[in-house]
Ligand binder design. Structure first.
Ligand code: MG
Length: 266
């Protein structure tokens, strides 16, 4: 489910050893930590902040719907100065065979319902018998509603939606449950966990059930922002990684005067 990555030491501010209220940071990747079409895709200030927190003992988790090889390739190309301690990737969904065996007979009906009404790609991959790429958000919303109705009749089946993408998944194997499993193994309670995300597939981890502190960047979809606000989280007025950095500062500042020299290169 989670692959451990080596922690990068050095090149961050030294002397930071105080007790931090946050012990695990879980960031979604695309649109939250990483902005593919921005330059740089990950703000230097966020990298330095996360590196500094890791020096203070914080564990950083990338919690994504990407598969492992795609994530590792993108991380390598981004030439980051920090490395995650844990990766949660789509491979977590491979434990689904029993559930998917139950719904496979319904797939032709669901696929034809979509194909008769929308210009959308529907396919099966190694992680799900039903994967969707809709033409636009409006189509994705309508298909999502239809799939939700179907899922209501199948215990443990849920739709994981991200932008125009959607797939069937097991309710028990979400970004949220994966995050809680990492916290359990590290002996960290949810009171010391921060989660940041921008889209619907992040909602399972953007929950007080799994994380005490919640962050959404300005580019997050409205439903995510509303959920984060409802749970007294932080919604930034800045996008992507800048918004994550503002969220970390917001929650750490009361205990750590953390913003001092945050933008320093040293
Ligand atoms: Mg995202």
């Amino acid at each position: 489910m989670a692959a451990q990555a080596r922690k990068l030491r050095g090149s961050v501010l030294t002397g930071f050893r105080m007790s931090l209220p946050i012990k695990i940071i879980s960031t979604d990747f695309d649109g939250t930590f990483f902005a593919e079409f921005e330059n740089p895709p990950v703000p230097g200030e966020l990298q330095r902040l996360i590196g500094r927190l890791q020096e203070g003992g914080v564990h950083w988790v990338i919690n994504t719907g990407r598969d492992l090889s795609s994530l590792l390739e993108t991380l390598a190309r981004a030439h980051l100065c920090v490395r995650p301690d844990y990766l949660v990737v789509v491979e977590r969904e491979q434990a689904h065979e029993e559930l998917f065996a139950r719904v496979r007979a319904d797939m032709p009906r669901l696929v034809s319902w979509v194909n008769q009404r929308f210009d959308a790609a529907v396919y099966e991959d190694a992680y799900s018998p039903f994967c969707l790429i809709a033409e636009n958000h409006a189509d994705a919303d309508l298909i999502h509603n239809y799939l939700n109705e179907y899922c209501a009749g199948v215990p443990n089946l849920t739709v994981v939606r991200n932008d125009v993408y959607a797939r069937f998944s097991h309710r028990a194997y979400s970004k949220g449950t994966a995050l809680s499993e990492i916290a359990r193994r590290l002996g960290v309670s949810r009171d010391h966990v921060l989660a940041a995300g921008d889209h619907l597939n992040d909602l399972p981890m953007l929950s007080r059930e799994h994380a005490r502190w919640l962050v959404a960047p300005s580019n997050a979809v409205e439903l995510v922002k509303a959920e984060v606000r409802r749970q007294e989280g932080f919604v930034s007025d800045q996008p992507h990684g800048y918004g994550v950095a503002r969220g970390l500062e917001f929650f750490l500042e009361p205990t750590a005067r953390f913003a001092t020299n945050l933008n320093s290169e040293t």
